[in-house]
Design a binder for this molecule. Structure first.
Ligand code: PMP
Length: 361
């Protein structure tokens, strides 16, 4: 079989070594004769799988001791609703709007709390991260402030995070967690769906400062409580055991490859290869402001829908898969998360040049 590189925005490509490892666990976990999918979620075998995954998250991100790390069902969208449900003492939350995913988070929050959007990229068609000045926490009476670190659809990314003082900063890191070094101590809560940078769909990771968990009311449905999820070590009810296992194998792979520092080096390298090529070829354009460009998702276009489709179809014949843009923006989008080898970006780079020559530019 020829080598295929998968540029899907998510669920996304998994490292070959991770696929090989989980194939073994699918049949028999460590020689027990039982598939990981057949292990009780409170069994000693699953205890080990869960504990290993949590320890790896702590290690890879240097999570301080006063933070809880736990997994929950569902993707990131569930947290759009859980955040205002869990953290609504003052009944007010601040949001930064950087595109479709943050807008969805805002819409869900508005059902349960009062939302103030303190910065928005809307006036720039979301082609840049809006300027955010120091947020004077005492000017705002709010439960938390929310932002999306990487905007999967528009291809923009925060390079640094605002200083929010006493206001807990809650971040949706679904599309860039483990791909860049971060200082967890800067955040009140980090959440991320697993299916892009460290696993498969149906699982989300939460890293929450413990004092915030203490503020959570006992008067919300138990199955939706962050406090109970943390207190019960991700097992208030049956977790997605298979997805936690795959995440654990992925995190082991990240550690073995050199950790988040190495993932960041690779992310920068892959992104540079593609941005430089697009910028040098007249046929293609990426309209994101240079300082806001994402290392993970690169949307671009020839400016002609027909030619964009040709590009996607021809690329697929060459083993460069799932390069179609998001259904709202159309065009082409290359998503390159932790599982994407540098060779994948190099292959795409070559194909971009070949396609431009074939099409006269
Ligand atoms: N946030 C961001 C930044 C995303 O990219 C996505 C999915 N692409 C989501 C939230 C929603 O994730 P899910 O569909 O797993 O709920």
């Amino acid at each position: 079989m020829k080598t295929v590189y998968n540029f899907c925005s998510g669920p996304a490509t998994l490292p070959q070594e991770v696929l090989d490892a989980v194939q073994v666990g699918l049949r028999s976990y460590k020689g027990t004769g039982m598939s990981v999918m057949e292990l009780g979620h409170r069994s000693k075998w699953f205890d080990e799988i869960l504990q290993e995954a949590v320890i790896l998250v702590r290690e890879l991100l240097s999570v301080p001791d006063d933070y809880s790390v736990f997994f929950m069902h569902g993707g990131a969208s569930i947290h759009f609703a859980l955040l205002p449900l869990n953290f609504s003492l003052l009944k007010k939350a601040l949001y930064i709007d950087t595109g479709i995913w943050s807008s969805k988070a805002i819409q869900e929050a508005e059902i349960l709390t009062s939302v103030e959007v303190i910065a928005s990229g809307k006036d720039f068609n979301y082609q840049r991260i809006p300027p955010i000045h120091f947020i004077e926490s005492n000017r705002y009476e709010a439960d938390y402030i929310h932002l999306t670190s990487n905007n999967t659809i528009y291809g923009t990314q925060f390079t640094e995070f605002p200083d929010t003082g006493d206001l807990p900063l809650v971040v949706d890191m679904t599309s860039d967690i483990f791909s860049r070094q971060i200082n967890v101590g800067q955040f009140g809560m980090i959440y991320a769906g697993a299916q892009k940078n460290f696993g498969i769909a149906g699982l989300s990771l939460c890293i929450v400062r413990r004092d915030l968990l203490e503020r959570i009311s006992g008067n919300i449905p138990k199955v939706l409580s962050y406090k109970l999820a943390a207190e019960n070590n991700s097992r208030y009810h049956t977790p997605n055991t298979w997805a936690i296992y795959v995440a654990g194998e992925f995190l082991k792979w990240i550690k073995k490859e050199g950790g988040v520092q190495e993932m960041e080096r690779r992310s920068k390298l892959r992104a540079k290869l593609i941005y430089d090529t697009i910028d040098n070829l007249d046929l293609f354009a990426n309209s994101v402001e240079s300082t806001s460009r994402s290392m993970m998702n690169i949307p671009f276009t020839t400016g002609d829908d027909w030619l964009d489709n040709e590009f996607v179809e021809e690329a697929e014949k060459e083993g460069l898969m799932q390069l179609a843009g998001h259904r709202t923006l159309k065009g082409i989008r290359a998503s390159m998360y932790n599982g994407m080898p540098i060779e994948g970006a190099q292959r795409l780079q070559e194909f971009l040049s070949e396609f431009a020559v074939r099409n006269g530019k």
